[in-house]
Design a protein around this ligand. Structure first.
Ligand code: HEC
Length: 300
């Protein structure tokens, strides 16, 4: 066993096992233990030193023993060592892949011309090269048939399919990720489910000041087209999220409501537009015109 694995593998492997164990057992948070605690580094260096020392001592002992043996036993020992060590399989494969004749047999493949002492060997093509060449021929044939005979997708087609897939994925993501809405992406929701969710939120949180029908009380009337802080889904969303002017009583709801919930309740608030509440509060603020949909007119 000892002879199977050479020392230049044995030492690092043993070292990394110990290193791994140290990292595993010492809880050092984010950083590796040997950086967090310099003492660990010292310990690891010591371990490395000891491992190398052990190798050196064992090697030296072996040498001393070897010198004590008689010739025959020495030869037997060395032959044994030679046989068990070495990655014979690896070495043989490597040799085979090169396809070279051993130097002793070169006489068999020497060509019979001779230019001023320069001779030529008729070596086989190296198998690694030859098989690579065959593989490229097969690849070329498959490629030709797929792309030039059966008109396979070229890069542009592939790009387009992938873009289309990505667009579908984005749409699907947007549907499941409604909670990502913010002031820039919010749109007025019209789904009955969203509006009834908005109604529930309004009834739990907002009626105390705005009345169930939006007619107003402590808070302003939400049914008219006058707005203190601006109408339209973006402004209403912002008012709900960030609150009104300080000291007026309209708090920032973003601490209590999720983005989607704010979008729902804001959309619900906008459904009050044009309805007639039981006790309407007098209009406050300015008439709000949505500039994004208004057609520009030539006035001075
Ligand atoms: C404590 C009372 C109170 C509660 C509860 C309250 N509001 Fe208000 N709300 C106000 C006041 C007061 C204002 C006016 C703020 C200002 O003048 O800056 C206001 C303003 C608003 C406005 C802007 C109106 C405008 O004319 O620009 C909207 C929209 C609104 N609230 C929606 C809501 C929603 C939705 C809820 C529930 C999530 C809610 N409010 C809960 C008191 C309240």
């Amino acid at each position: 066993m000892r002879n199977l694995i050479p020392s230049w593998i044995r030492v690092p492997v043993a070292f990394f096992i110990i290193f791994g164990a140290v990292e595993f057992f010492i809880d050092s948070g984010e950083k590796p233990a040997f950086i967090e605690y310099p003492a660990v580094l010292l310990f690891l260096l010591l371990v490395l030193l000891i491992l190398i020392a052990i190798e050196a001592i064992v090697g030296a002992l072996e040498n001393v023993m070897l010198h004590k043996l008689d010739e025959e036993a020495k030869a037997r020992f060395l032959a044994e060592k030679e046989k068990s060590f070495k990655f014979t399989w690896l070495k043989e494969t490597y040799q085979k892949l090169l396809g070279q004749k051993p130097i002793e047999e070169e006489g068999e493949i020497i060509l019979d011309h001779n230019y001023d002492g320069i001779k030529e060997l008729d070596n086989n093509l190296p198998p690694w090269w030859l098989y690579g060449f065959y593989a490229s021929i097969i690849f070329a044939a498959v490629y030709l048939v797929k792309y030039h005979v059966f008109d396979g997708d070229n890069q542009i087609d592939e790009l387009e399919t992938e873009l289309a897939e990505a667009r579908i994925a984005i749409e699907a993501y947007k549907k499941t990720a409604k909670n990502l809405v913010d002031i820039n992406t919010v749109t007025q929701l019209t789904d009955a489910a969203d509006l009834s969710a908005g109604k529930t939120i309004f009834q739990t949180n907002c009626v105390a000041c705005h009345m169930a029908d939006g007619g107003g009380g402590i808070g302003p009337n939400l049914t008219d087209d006058h707005w203190i802080l601006g109408g339209g889904i973006k402004n209403v969303f912002r008012t709900v999220s960030e609150g009104g002017r300080s000291g007026k009583g309209m708090i920032a709801w973003k601490a209590q409501l999720k983005p989607l919930e704010m979008a729902q309740v804001a959309s619900y608030v906008l459904t009050f537009q044009g309805t007639t509440p039981a006790n309407p509060k007098v209009a406050e603020g300015d008439i709000w015109v949505d500039e994004s949909t208004e057609t520009p007119t030539e006035t001075d």
